[in-house]
Design a binder for this molecule. Structure first.
Ligand SMILES: Cc1cc2nc3c(=O)[nH]c(=O)nc-3n(C[C@H](O)[C@H](O)[C@H](O)COP(=O)(O)O)c2cc1C
Length: 155
């Protein structure tokens, strides 16, 4: 890693985010924090996929993905889905259902089932813009990520 890349990560990493597992039919899935809502009408969100992600081809092919928002205490799940373990191993650690054609992880804090409206090249990543077709949220606290570490909300 060059000095500039490290500095980029360090500076960008001061911005706190939640942690999501983005899943696609297969099933396939990866941990992401480059997620944001984009538009209310229509309801759009975006996820940035590293071009080396093995989940990205599944998203390209199926034109669908789910965003599963992790809750406090799901650090191990985040670490597993951030690994290069085979998808079978990732999904053996957590039960899931299929909602609107996409895998939804049991016990996620919230989920959004999306259909891809655009995949945009952006440097070494691809921005996946999804239209939200279904969504749910439950009670509880989110898992946070800031300065390279998992954190929880402290009021
Ligand atoms: C906290 C955290 C956030 C991450 N955010 C992203 C992200 O936004 N986009 C991405 O492509 N990879 C992200 N990653 C890395 C992927 O999870 C990792 O490359 C994973 O192995 C990809 O899995 P796959 O090849 O099975 O798709 C993140 C990792 C961690 C630990």
């Amino acid at each position: 890693m060059t000095v500039e890349q490290r500095r980029f990560r360090d500076v960008v990493g001061t911005f706190p985010t939640g942690v999501t597992v983005v899943t696609a039919p297969g099933p396939a899935g990866l941990t992401t924090n480059a997620f944001t809502s984009v538009s209310l009408e229509p309801p759009l969100v975006l996820v940035c996929f590293d071009n080396t992600s093995r989940t990205l081809p599944a998203v390209r092919e199926c034109r669908r993905f789910a965003v599963n928002v992790l809750r406090a205490g799901q650090e191990e799940l985040a670490t597993l889905f951030a690994s290069k373990a085979v998808a079978e191993e990732k999904f053996a650690s957590v039960t899931h259902t299929v909602e609107h054609g996409v895998p939804v992880l049991d016990d996620a804090l919230a989920w959004m089932a999306c259909e891809v409206v655009d995949l945009v090249d952006a440097g070494d990543h691809t921005i996946g813009i999804g239209r939200v077709n279904a969504l749910e949220a439950s009670e509880g606290e989110p898992l946070l990520f800031v300065r390279g570490a998992y954190r929880t909300v402290a009021d």
